[in-house]
Design a protein around this ligand. Structure first.
Ligand SMILES: CSCC[C@H](NC(C)=O)C(=O)O
Ligand SMILES: [Zn+2]
Ligand SMILES: [Zn+2]
Length: 398
């Protein structure tokens, strides 16, 4: 047991050290790119050890609101034994598929932004609105010490951002998916206290009976939502609420009825749902479950702002004009990205990773992106950057 936990600790420490050296390497890489592109780079330590880097290409009209191209530098871990190739080697196979953790999420997009800027600079083109390329450190663990904190920082306000692009998801078909909003993540733990006693008896008011009621309520609701998704032609995952029971805790011995049992759920709630009403429902389920059943949140995002995709919206219209030779499918992002924090402070944000004909492999084993799709994506940004930075002055802008 000791050896097992020691080994666990040891591997956590190496993973941490490894993560830190990756972070340092990423920051050094960005310094080199800024030098190559001849762009100033600013680094802000938003929280201890969490640095946000920003490269800025100043526009010819710098008083206008700027355009943000955001990416996160972190990645999720890998199970190397399940990968065909070294997950950090960017191995390219005979079909041109480039394998690597982050190849879809979202190093591809980061490099596409950079290469598009490099090409536009080489052509002598100059932006009208200022363009910022931002690199945040902790999207994969919730963005709390990165974007969530940074959007409230005076340095963020000074960027004067009018519109933002961030990651989206691959699309296995011909179309490209564009995300104009996100579901709200709620991570909830329900605590069920109960009377303890001997495991041989019919004890009243047990934690397990309450736990069962709570689990049934959440899981019945899950079934209903799954049914709604499966029976509606026009719904995607982002349009319904998902419920997943992700942790259960409680008990000390086979023959001791426990004094408390806890259950945790990962809920993702579409922006159309009334969150106050939804919480009332949860409260009701807990009340029905029995005496003293309580809950708390580890994550409770409440902002439901979505980005306009009206034809009359100047940013959306610039975006679609730049993608006019592509089929776009508008969706609500099923999980959570840093765009939720940008939308929460009132800035329109679109989630977009130009990857069609590509299976969704983010966070999966053998994540890859084909080189042709990757290269085409650079051209997409070569059109998007001029289109977005040329949006004419909006009402209220200098
Ligand atoms: C809720 S904070 C964690 C963020 C993570 N984002 C992605 C894209 O996987 C998620 O949705 O679980
Ligand atoms: Zn990502
Ligand atoms: Zn991710």
């Amino acid at each position: 047991m000791f050896l097992l936990s020691f080994h666990h600790l040891d591997s956590s420490i190496s993973a941490l050290l490894c993560a830190y050296s990756f972070v340092d390497a990423a920051l050094r890489f960005l310094d080199r790119i800024a030098e190559e592109l001849d762009l100033p780079i600013k680094k802000i330590e938003v929280c201890p050890g969490r640095v946000v880097s920003i490269m800025t290409w100043e526009g010819t009209k710098p008083s206008l609101k700027s355009v943000l191209l955001n990416s996160h530098t972190d990645v999720v871990p890998v199970y190397q034994e399940h990968w065909k190739y070294d997950a950090f080697s960017a191995f390219k196979d005979a079909e041109g598929n480039i394998y690597g953790r982050g190849s879809q999420d979202m190093k591809c997009v980061t490099i596409q932004y950079i290469e598009a800027v490099r090409r536009l600079k080489a052509e002598g083109w100059k932006p009208t609105r200022t363009l910022h390329l931002m690199y945040v450190p902790d999207e994969e663990v919730g963005g709390h010490k990165g974007m969530e904190t940074f959007v409230l920082h005076p340095e963020f306000r000074n960027l004067n951002i009018g519109f933002s692009l961030d990651e989206g998801l691959a699309n296995p078909g011909e179309a490209f998916t564009v995300f104009y909003g996100e579901r709200n993540p709620w991570w909830i733990t329900v605590h069920c206290p109960g009377s303890p006693g001997h495991g041989s008896r019919f004890v009243e008011n047990t934690a397990a009976e309450k736990l069962r009621h709570v689990i049934n309520c959440f899981m019945d609701f899950r079934e209903k939502e799954k049914h709604r998704l499966n029976t509606s032609e026009c719904f995607t995952l982002g349009d319904v609420t998902t419920v997943n029971m992700t942790m259960v805790k409680g008990g000390v011995a086979y023959n001791v009825i426990p004094a408390e049992m806890d259950v945790s759920f990962d809920l993702r709630i579409p922006p159309t749902v009334n969150l106050q009403e939804f919480e009332k429902q949860i409260k009701q389920w807990c009340k029905e479950a029995g005496e003293d059943v309580t809950y708390d949140f580890a994550q409770k995002h409440m902002n439901q702002n979505i980005t306009s995709t009206e034809e009359s919206d100047p940013w959306w219209s610039a975006f679609t004009a730049a993608c006019k030779n592509m089929t776009l499918e508008k969706e609500i992002f099923p999980a959570a990205t840093d765009s939720r924090f940008i939308r929460a402070v009132g800035i329109p944000a679109i989630g977009f990773s130009p990857m069609n004909r590509t299976p969704i492999l983010l966070h999966d084993h053998n994540e890859y992106l084909n080189e042709r799709v990757f290269l085409r994506g650079i051209s997409v940004y070569e059109r998007l950057i001029p289109a977005l930075t040329s949006v004419s002055a909006l009402p209220g802008e200098a």
